[in-house]
Design a protein around this ligand. Structure first.
Ligand SMILES: *Cc1c(COP(=O)(O)O)cnc(C)c1O
Length: 360
């Protein structure tokens, strides 16, 4: 068996030990005589798996007691509609900060449900930075302020937490969730899909302050009403059971690595290997402002784009895959989530150096 270094932006690489444990437990989960995917979601075995996943998530992130943790379906793209349906709470508009492709998608969808005020945008600068908060034109009557904490395509990340006063801060954390500690109490709502840092696609995690729920628009599908799901322990409908199980294994793995502080230190070290190299060369470049560079997704381009294909081919031959940049931006993108070992990033930089010598 040969495993590659998989730089996919998502679904993404998972810790090998988690995959091995899942394989070991595939046919008979801990003496139950069943695979997790064959269990009733209402049986005591799965209830214990679900409860453990939630309690690990709460422990790792330090989620305050007045926040609900929901495991839903529909993905972060689904949440782009589900958030306004639940969070408008009788108000007419919401503020959105536009930092790239994922913010733009959130804005477009929210416009179906409310008036959207784009309070700040980095579009004019090619989405190469996060607008400083003193430039934001926030509306004190907004239902909430929405940010994307890590733009997976553009490689732009917030390394600070906005202060939105009494207006709840809502964050799409899909691609940096569980990559570092978060002060959950400063957010009204955090959401994200699993397939970047947490597990296979299929579960959407929502962390929401409990006083904000219970006022969903009447048109909200019951399965996407946070209050209904919270009252039913996320089991109003059948939850994505197997994905929740793998997420629990990943949370245990994060805990064994030393928790989110250790995860962040590891992620900083990994990202520095790549960004430091990008500083030393003009053959490759990354357009993002230094202080806003993502620790998770590192887009980079070759000055000579005609070499792109040959760079990707050579990478593939060395067991490094999924480095092609998103179709909207081109070039390369290395996604280096929690489960990417530092050896993968070092191998990539070694290859970049070799490629530059032979083609520069
Ligand atoms: C991957 C991603 C999404 C999309 O998630 P889906 O599961 O496809 O709905 C949304 N936002 C961000 C920031 C992402 O990285």
């Amino acid at each position: 068996m040969t495993r590659v270094f998989n730089f996919s932006a998502g679904p993404a690489t998972l810790p090998e030990s988690v995959l091995r444990q899942a394989a070991d437990e595939m046919l008979d989960w801990r003496g139950s005589g069943m695979s997790v995917m064959e269990m009733s979601h209402r049986g005591k075995e799965f209830i214990s798996i679900h409860a453990e996943a939630e309690s690990l998530l709460r422990e790792l992130l330090g989620v305050p007691a007045n926040y609900k943790v929901l495991f839903l379906q529909g993905g972060a793209i689904g949440e782009n509609a589900i958030v306004p349906m639940n969070m408008l709470r009788g108000r007419a508009s919401a503020d959105y900060i536009d930092t790239g492709e994922w913010s733009k998608k959130s804005i477009k969808e929210a416009k179906k449900y409310c008036k959207v005020n784009v309070a700040a945008s980095s579009e004019a600068g090619g989405y190469a930075s996060v607008p400083r908060q003193d430039t934001w034109k926030l509306d004190p009557d907004a239902a909430y302020v929405h940010i994307c904490s890590n733009e997976t395509i553009g490689g732009v990340e917030y390394h600070w937490t906005p202060d939105t006063g009494d207006v709840p801060l809502v964050a799409d954390m899909s691609s940096n969730f569980m990559s570092r500690p978060v002060d959950v109490g400063r957010y009204g709502l955090i959401y994200g899909g699993a397939q970047k840092n947490v597990g296979p696609a299929g579960v959407t995690m929502v962390i929401v302050r409990d006083d904000l729920i219970g006022q969903a628009l009447p048109i909200t599908p019951s399965a996407f009403d946070y209050k209904i799901q919270a009252d039913n322990d996320s089991m109003f409908n059948t939850p994505p059971t197997y994905t929740i199980y793998i997420a629990g294994l990943v949370f245990n793995w994060i805990k064994a690595q030393g928790g989110l502080k250790a995860m962040e230190a590891h992620n900083r070290k990994k990202a520095a290997v790549l960004y430091d190299h990008l500083e030393t060369t003009s053959f490759f470049y990354n357009p993002v402002a230094r202080e806003d560079r993502s620790l998770m997704n590192v887009p980079f381009k070759l000055r000579d784009e005609s070499l792109d294909e040959s760079f990707l081919k050579g990478a593939q031959a060395r067991g490094m895959v999924q480095l092609k940049g998103h179709r909207s931006v081109g070039g390369m993108r290395a996604s280096i989530y929690n489960a990417m070992p530092i050896e993968g990033v070092e191998a990539l930089v070694e290859y970049m150096k070799e490629f530059e010598v032979s083609h520069g």
